[in-house]
Design a protein around this ligand. Sequence first.
Ligand code: G16
Ligand code: MG
Length: 212
Amino acid sequence: RFAAVIFDLDGVITDTARYHYLAWKRLAESQGVHFDEAFNEHLKGIDRMGSLELILASATRRYSDAEKLALATEKNEHYKELIATMTPSDLLPGAVAALDDCRAAGLKIGLASVSRNAFTVLDRLGITGKFDYVVDAGTIAKGKPDPEIFLKAARELRVTPDACFGVEDAVAGVSSIKAAGMYAVGVGDPQVLAAADIVIPDLTQFRLEQYK
Ligand code: G16
Ligand code: MG
């Protein structure tokens, strides 16, 4: 039934969600904003400036655009330090097997990450060659939960949205997949990802034949 699969990166294929968390936490606390795992959950899949806006909404003062840009850059520099040490051992369990199962089934494979660091991360993981198309986040006007990024991946893969399924760990990401008119496989907590068509705890439980 499906002609293509479109994966999210952070939190699905590798645990950069952890590095984003650490980098945002340091940044938020430097501005006197309390930051914990629950707050971080809302930032998953949200692009860099959007995430910063959510954090600064809890700050005690207003920030100019120049200050915001400086803070976003500071976070990104810290994040880049954290991902610089990544190796293929940072692939989450089941990730390569899931990609290879999709390939063996003849599916086209896309990547839809709003991270501007996605190409670097794929490189460090050694899996760039496993994708037919990787969306360049810099070309996306509206991040998740807008469907733009998943629709662009489908278009570039030359498949219609209803012939695609997306794989996501974030609430905003699942919303993006559903708004694109695709089948959604959630990876994580079924209560958090209630909008997905099916939820698996991690990619070791990825079963292509169950998605329809
Ligand atoms: C990811 C993360 C988000 C992060 C975003 C932007 O999205 O889940 O937390 O804010 O990328 O990343 P960067 O600052 O590297 O451009 P996704 O779509 O991969 O889940
Ligand atoms: Mg994600």
